[in-house]
Write a protein that binds this ligand. Structure first.
Ligand code: NAP
Length: 504
């Protein structure tokens, strides 16, 4: 296939323009013109999605599973085009785009098998007890039903796996919910090619075209119109704390408030226990630098804070991390805006009293070099701003006197997507005391590894207490993420003949 970009919005099966346009900001190649999204386009997409719900929301699991598999096939058919435009727009290497495509199609297929299995419906039945005293019990059946049209905000840092046909879209479509995507301005062309693939799958399966629409951005009122549209029933979002919070507030202020599943920032602290650091400080330091700088540090699970008990092991850890970070060549960041935010964030940390820069250099262009800073537990405990995410390859080492100080810092940690423990057998007692504290702070706790690299699996949780996410009961990765777009309905005494097919 050749790369054909219309620069338009896909509204219920038709490519539409709006009369005004914005230019993309690719890392390589020429900028392209894209039509600016408007509240009118959002309205048309949401109305078509509601229309589509009356058929799609009641379709069989098998039909939806086959549809998801066709989307995966159609994406793979366009693999070369997706890699071509994806690398141009994001500056990410081709291998990363190819890998991310595999993850994206893998997610779609995983959801296909997940809904075929049917366990996600959580079917419950309390049989009638007509002779129960003092009152009879009616027949009660419960099942999870799709909620209606869902809005999805594509993420800047995963042009495929968290964008147009990413995890949120796959989960919503699997549940039976039509989707309206607000495209991310960092990769509008990539978004369009993926939308073409979804459109082709819709046509192949003869589905209502309102099952999927893509509205490109360009102006803030697109996102606002989408989350406040009365026909939209939930929002899936990955992005910044500021943007996510603004949209969350809009959802809460609606006449009919709706859930906003925002996956926001995280600094993903690592706790380095004394025995582990003594035994393998150098190896952990090297591994940390690798995890911190991977993909220019533009991962929501980037481990930005390392809390380590001071001593020789800590020295070896820091030395190895700094040496490894210095080896990393400058990497392209996703957008000018993200590069600018990184520059400002690094300058803020560097100017913080009590913080020392061990390596790092301000980025003059969109290319970032890694920073490693160091401070003490005392300074860290007093300065809230050190716990704020700087999106990019930046880490802060916090040296603490002992495990008791580590425990005090753990209690002050805000909600996180992940927390990592590096521990050896001799650390088990101290780690066991720390774990109940960490459990209250993060969606995923891991030992002796690095949090970048999120498995798409049944047991995965990619979420956590605020500000990691706006809904601690949810995950945006893994099969459990489908629950965000379902709600339980109880059928009391409803005759078998008219029950939903999944309850019969
Ligand atoms: P962002 O600025 O929050 O934008 C995400 C999406 O939300 C975009 O489509 C944006 O539209 C829209 N949006 C943001 N604020 C809005 C508002 N007030 N009203 C209406 N729409 C709004 O995130 P980003 O572009 O990815 O920016 C990068 C920053 O996000 C990074 O510095 C990092 O902190 C964070 N980030 C976090 C994660 C994570 O996984 N937690 C992932 C990626 C990025 P417009 O672009 O049209 O404004």
């Amino acid at each position: 296939m050749s790369l054909e970009i219309t620069g338009k919005h896909l509204i219920a099966g038709e490519w539409k323009g709006s009369g005004a346009s914005f230019k993309s900001e690719p890392m390589t190649g020429e900028p392209r013109e894209f039509s600016i999204g408007t509240p009118e386009l959002v309205d048309a997409a949401a109305k078509a999605a509601e229309d589509a719900f009356w058929s799609y929301g009641y379709s069989s699991r098998e039909d939806r599973a086959a549809f998801l598999e066709t989307i995966a096939e159609e994406i793979d058919k366009r693999g070369d085009e997706i890699t071509e435009i994806g690398t141009q727009e994001s500056g990410l290497p081709a291998g990363r785009l190819q890998g991310e495509r595999g993850r994206t199609t893998g997610q779609l297929k995983l959801f296909a098998s997940h809904i075929r299995d049917g366990a996600y419906l959580d079917r419950r039945h309390d049989a009638a007890m007509p002779d129960r005293q003092p009152a009879p019990r009616p027949d009660l059946r419960m099942i999870q039903r799709p909620i209606g049209p869902v809005a999805v905000f594509g993420a800047s840092n995963f042009p495929l796996a968290f964008s147009t046909a990413g995890g949120d879209t796959a989960a919503a479509l699997a549940a039976g919910c039509p989707v309206v995507v607000k495209g991310h301005g960092a990769h509008p062309g990539t978004g369009e090619v993926v939308a073409q693939a979804i459109d082709a799958a819709i046509k192949k399966h003869g589905l209502h075209p309102g099952v999927f629409s893509l509205v490109q951005g360009g102006k803030r009122d697109v996102g606002e119109a989408l989350v406040t549209h009365p026909l939209i029933k939930a929002v899936g979002f990955t992005g910044s704390l500021g943007g996510g919070r603004a949209l969350f507030n809009l959802c809460a202020a609606r006449p009919e408030p709706i859930p906003f599943f925002g996956e926001l920032g995280s600094v993903n602290p690592m706790f380095l226990m004394p025995e582990a650091v003594k035994a393998r400080g150098e190896a952990i330091g090297k591994g940390w630098a690798g995890s911190l700088t991977m993909g220019a540090g533009q991962f929501c699970t980037n481990p930005g804070i390392a809390i380590v008990v001071d001593g020789e092991g800590a020295d070896a850890f820091v030395k190895a991390a700094v040496a490894a970070a210095k080896e990393v060549t400058k990497q392209a960041m996703l957008t000018e805006g993200i590069a600018e935010a990184y520059r400002k964030g690094a300058a803020r940390i560097e100017a913080t009293p009590g913080v020392t820069a061990l390596t790092g250099e301000a980025n003059a262009s969109r290319h970032a070099s890694p920073y490693i800073f160091e401070t003490t537990g005392e300074v860290f405990a007093k300065d809230e701003t050190l716990t704020e995410e700087v999106f990019g390859p930046l880490g802060i080492v916090v040296r603490v006197k002992d495990v008791a100080e580590m425990e005090r810092l753990a209690r002050g940690v805000h909600g996180q997507l992940t927390i990592t423990l590096h521990m050896d057998a001799g650390d088990a007692e101290a780690a066991a005391k720390l774990l109940p504290i960490l459990e209250r702070k993060a969606g995923r706790i891991l030992a002796n590894g690095f949090p970048t690299g999120v498995e798409v699996a049944d047991a995965m949780v990619h979420g956590g207490p605020y500000p990691a996410s706006t809904n601690f009961g949810a995950t945006s990765v893994g099969t459990l993420s489908i629950r965000r777009f379902l709600r339980p309905v109880c059928y009391q005494g409803i005759p078998e003949a008219i029950l939903p097919a999944d309850l019969k």
